[in-house]
Design a protein around this ligand. Sequence first.
Ligand code: NAI
Length: 460
Amino acid sequence: MKKFDVIIIGGGPGGYVAGIRASQLKLNVAIIEDKHLGGICLNWGCIPTKALLKNAEVLHTIKNAKKFGIEIEDFSINWKKVIKRSRDISRRLSKGIEFLLKKNKISHINGRGILKSKTEIEVLLSDGKKEIFTAKNIIIATGARSKYFSGMEPNGKRIITSKEAMVLDEQPKSLIVIGAGAIGIEFAHFYNSYGTEVTIIEALPQILPTEDIEVADELSKIFKKRGMKILTETFVENVTDKGKSVEVKLKSGEVIIADYTLVAVGVQSNIENIGLEKLGIKTDKGSISVNNLLQTNIQNIYAIGDVAGPPMLAHKASAEGIIAIEHLAGENPAPMEYTNISGCIYSHPEVASVGLTENQAVDLGYKIKVGKFPFRALGKSMAIGETEGFIKVIYDEKFGEMLGCHIIGAEATNLISEAAIARKLETTWHEVLQTIHPHPTLSEGIMEATADAFNEAIHI
Ligand code: NAI
């Protein structure tokens, strides 16, 4: 029986980051992971999709090369190589995590773990044997998987999830995307940029329902201009694989036909078959319940990342992993803060946000000042040929604190970190304005949007 200070079940961005932090704090640590080190994020999520989206960006640049005075007579797409590049990057990164575990002297247990008691985990090893491991502390970091509703069960053939959408053998001529969250939007953009005819079906009144409505509307306009069909407030009755095509029947009775249908209606935590019931570990709405130090109702058992509920984002998982380890190691970490986690969508243009939307701020009773600045008014945006979108900032009128920032446009996912730091430091609009932003940059847009909230913008 092997003993550890802490065992982590799951080697994704929650689990492996927690493992490394544990090692830094001189804890004897093991990670149980059988499928892929790096988890879904690195193998079937964030990273391989971003690789594919980079291909889409290159293609966009080539198609628009004329604008830059570059004539490209002829080019072609090698679909297999597009897919291979993405898979190769995932493989390389997963190897990188293996190296990091070795470097940090983290034991990698290749198998699947089930909790047997507060300190024991039975592991079904990948060679078929079973072994019990014990630990003073346990962290559950088993992640999440795609969910679907009855009538739209993915079959991996014509009705697919994001996983198959990443490795299709052929480029579909047409694709129906059910669900306009981050996954639906990123794949809709990717396939549209390759010339696939894309139809997006969203049950709610706006695409990207958790984003500020102005941002969602702007993206919707841009996507429609690029030829995508967007059906909001639309409900799917059922999806039928017809062999060589797929048929989506809407509640209205209308039938839409395409080569493939991507089901992207959300994800659900992996809480099954890990022994939660036996130990009486509490769950709520399908995820493990935790306090803001990531402890479950059993003090020495923690849960982090997607299995511990939304927002289901890699950076949230990693942050939780570090807090959990520091807490169990007897350090005194600041509790997890859920109000300042940036959301990023890697479409073209990109979308990123942090903090409250305008509607949320109003609903919470704030008196607000809202500023908006379009990228087309920035010199840098024009120079790089990326003028779509805007930056919107929301300030509390009383104390001047930044309540939210919403960006649609080039580099939105990098720019948002300025707003996240501003919010973390409870920065006021005066301080943002007094921070001299370098010229020419896209970040000037945050300064200008802030100025706009108080009628002081220079370039509009
Ligand atoms: P999601 O929950 O963000 O979006 C699902 C969408 O499907 C929602 O807009 C919902 O209203 C819609 N929907 C639900 N049922 C429907 C139905 N029957 N018909 C039509 N529409 C329906 O889930 P998504 O996009 O699958 O992403 C899963 C998780 O992964 C999210 O937490 C997301 O934040 C995260 N993620 C983050 C990425 C990023 O940060 N770039 C990229 C991909 C995923």
